[in-house]
Design a binder for this molecule. Structure first.
Ligand code: GLN
Ligand code: ZN
Length: 756
């Protein structure tokens, strides 16, 4: 048996986000294509040499991308949507970015979430006459580049089934799976070319195997891999993000040379493969979590690897669970992290080292890696016992939670009456989702404060000035329920994380979200505890300026969890409960301070859904419970709002109703109120604010458009249940367009009221 280490993909954005800067300067016309390609080349070279130097045996080539790896496949396969064909004779880079970002005439190709990660890919568009044709040399050039550097390359491709599955039909009566026979010859051609370049292995990613697949798609696998079996490449069928054991019978029969499985997210799936055909061929085991930032427990992982290796007669490969794309690049760049916490972490660079260490340990025995094991043992021990992580006050509270804690005092119908009496709002009350434009002045003040150029007091008074101004503007516009505008918040998760115990922050922990856009999730490492109020002073100040109700504004437990790097030493459900308690305390304090309406945002509620339907209910149970605990500490007369954007609701409406928020505001304008259908079908009982205008572009809609959407809503939902609001927060917009759009929105609400 041979033991090899390999990697499935490395972050492409660069340790200091070099690619982001190069892309944005190219798009602005401040640099040319050669300069952009030079930066890309430097990052690739750096990544390959780093992996080589660390001692990774097989290094991925083709994982780099200027924008997105699915879009790269579209370019490689020549599957250019017809609406972009007119630019296909231009510079290929322009065509590529036109598809990614749109042009003056053509909107960009759609973008959507890569499984349940925060990475977004560009959705392939399929038409009846979509033809596939090898049109790009990029992959082959990169292989040559790598070979020149002496890199032991393994080529990376998105597999044909996943490629089709992740796309969408844009012409009616087309089943995209029917395009498979047209697609396969091009894949064969690609594989042949790769083989000719002297590359032995191809990592063919088929992450859709972790999903529930209809029989036709399952059959597609057999057809496709039969057709690809006689090229001169060896194929490593690569799966990740979840178990593929439910497709084991299918996978076992595929004529491929190796299989990669994700043992970080689904360790139990090893049993489905440990004695099958891949035990005699090549089995690649992804124990090292490619999606999180925790240091591995090397002793434990080595023990697991040793146990399985004794059963295999084929080769064993050691790998991260998935591409390291979802991890920041290098922990060594973090200079401000507390050393104790830093010692618990591993970013992409450190994960490579872990993989190499495990390989050495497996090949040469424990003694060969004694020192590294000792360091790793010490780190796991410290994480298990550190008083920074474990807080008995939090544990006590969780233990003493009762059923009442996740239950408002009375049902919605009773609460509604009391709230009606208290607030005396008109029909169709007009409000906003929370944030108002983050102006340059606001950003500058915050930057100056962070650099110590502005004193804390001066910063606070600058923000108060903003709030005063925002309240004043809202009164002028004529909104019924106001907000303080969130000027003091950099980000809806970071802002709260900074005030809670159990959170840490990085300087460079960037992860690509899409294209040049990156996010820097905070690290949720320990028991969550709220030492003092987080928003009460701001909310009370805002309320003191107006007679209209001001909504307090909080981020919910589920969103706080999914938009962070979450601790892996306890179930998500437990972490969510801790977050819920912290938010509950804030909700109660807001109520005490006289804030009558409190909004708890949960935009990540839907994205937390597991990949397979059978696992949904378990998730929904804890997610709903967390929200209810956060929101149930208040009296009937206090109105709880929640907000969710970019969500489909049709298959989770019972859970949304169980949240029992008095008011939910949702994004509906881009779907022209279609997303509201689910609420109608379900006879959703509480109040709803379907967004009447899209806030994602500076365009100000006509009042007639908003009115039409509002009318549509009133046709289906009792007007007594409806609110009027934009789709989401306004922080990315400018003031002039915001003012005009909101004035029109308020006008629409008035017009509608008059017709009732
Ligand atoms: N209250 C937040 C805002 O208005 C909500 C943001 C969101 O849903 N993503 O900015
Ligand atoms: Zn939103």
């Amino acid at each position: 048996m041979n033991i090899h280490t390999h990697n499935l993909g490395f972050p492409r954005i660069g340790a200091q986000r070099e690619l982001k800067r190069a892309l944005e300067s190219y798009w602005k016309g401040q640099s040319n294509a050669d300069q952009l390609q030079a930066t890309a080349h430097t990052i690739r070279t750096h990544n390959w040499l780093l992996q080589q130097k660390t001692g990774i045996d097989l290094i991925p080539v083709g994982d780099f991308s200027l924008y997105d790896h699915v879009l790269d496949m579209t370019a490689l396969l020549g599957a250019i949507p017809r609406r972009f064909e007119h630019i296909s004779n231009q510079n290929p880079l322009d065509l590529y970015f036109a598809m990614a970002r749109g042009t003056a005439e053509q909107p960009a190709m759609e973008m959507t979430k890569w499984f349940n990660t925060n990475y977004h890919y560009i959705v392939p568009e399929f038409e009846h006459d979509t033809q596939f044709r090898l049109t790009s040399e990029r992959l082959f050039q990169e292989i040559k580049e790598a070979k020149k550097l002496g890199i032991n390359a393994k080529a990376v491709l998105v597999g044909p089934l996943s490629y089709l599955y992740l796309g969408k039909e844009v012409t009616p009566d087309l089943q995209r799976l029917d395009l498979l026979p047209r697609l396969l010859p091009v894949y064969r051609e690609i594989l042949q070319k790769i083989a000719e370049l002297g590359v032995e292995w191809v990592q063919i990613d088929e992450p859709i195997l972790a999903l529930d697949l209809e029989p036709a798609w399952q059959d597609g696998f057999a057809t496709a891999y039969q057709a690809l079996s006689d090229t001169n490449c060896k194929l490593l069928l690569t799966t990740y993000f979840g178990s593929v054991a439910h497709h084991a019978a299918l996978i076992e029969k595929l004529p491929v040379d190796g299989l990669h499985i994700d043992l970080s997210h689904a360790p139990e799936q090893l049993d489905a493969f440990r004695s099958g055909s891949f035990a005699k061929k090549t089995l690649s085991l992804g124990h090292i979590n490619g999606r999180n930032i925790w240091r591995a427990d090397l002793s434990q992982t080595l023990a697991a690897l040793s146990e399985i290796s004794s059963q295999l007669s084929g080769d064993l490969w050691i790998a991260p669970s998935c591409s390291l794309l979802h991890c920041p690049v290098d922990l060594a760049l973090e200079t401000k992290l507390d050393p104790e916490i830093k010692n618990w972490l591993a970013f992409a660079t450190q994960k490579l080292e872990e993989i190499v260490t495990l390989g050495q340990g497996l090949k040469s025995g424990k003694a060969a890696i004694q020192e590294k094991l000792a360091i790793s043992d010490q780190a796991s021990q410290s994480r298990k016992t550190s008083s920074r992580i474990h807080n008995s006050v939090v544990h006590d509270r969780i233990e003493h939670l009762t059923a009442q804690d996740s239950q408002r005092a009375h049902p919605f119908a009773t609460r509604k009456q009391q709230q009606q009496q208290r607030f005396n709002l008109p029909l169709l009350p007009a409000t906003t989702i929370g944030s108002f434009p983050q102006t340059t002045a606001i950003r500058q003040a915050r930057a100056a404060f962070k650099k110590n150029e502005l004193s804390h007091l001066d910063y606070l008074s600058a923000m108060r000035e903003e709030i005063r101004d925002i309240i004043h503007k809202q009164e002028e516009i004529g909104l019924d329920v106001l907000v303080h505008g969130e000027p003091e918040r950099n980000d809806m998760v970071e802002y709260f994380g900074e005030q809670l115990w159990g959170y840490a922050f990085t300087e460079n922990g960037w992860v690509q979200s899409y294209g040049s856009r990156c996010v820097k999730p905070p690290i949720l490492y320990g028991d969550v505890y709220r030492p003092e109020e987080m928003t009460v002073t701001w909310a009370s100040y805002a309320q003191s300026l107006t007679k209209k109700p001001v909504k307090g504004m909080l981020t919910g437990p589920v969103t706080m969890l999914f938009w962070s790097f979450v601790r892996d030493d306890q179930p998500y459900a437990d972490t969510a409960l801790q977050l819920a308690l912290a938010i509950r305390d804030e909700v109660v304090d807001l109520e005490k301070a006289g804030i009558g309406m409190i909004q708890i945002d949960e935009p990540a509620f839907r994205e937390g859904l597991p990949l397979r339907k059978q696992d949904w209910q378990t998730y929904l149970n804890w997610a709903v419970k967390a929200f209810r605990i956060a929101s149930s500490g208040v009296k009937d007369e206090t109105q709880i709002h929640t907000h969710m954007c970019y969500s489909e609701f049709h298959d989770i409406l019972p859970a949304i109703a169980e949240l029992d928020a008095d008011v939910i505001t949702i994004e509906t304008s881009r779907s022209r109120m279609e997303l509201l259908d689910a609420f109608v079908k379900f006879s959703y009982p509480n109040e709803i604010g379907p967004g009447v205008y899209d806030i994602h572009s500076p365009r100000v809609p006509d009042a007639s458009e908003m009115l039409e959407l509002l009318q549509k809503a009133t046709h289906h939902i009792d007007v007594k249940q409806l609110w009027v609001n934009p789709d989401c927060g306004l922080k990315t917009r400018g003031w002039p367009e915001t003012r005009t759009a909101l004035q029109k929105m308020v006008e629409c609400a008035r017009l509608m009221r008059n017709t009732l």
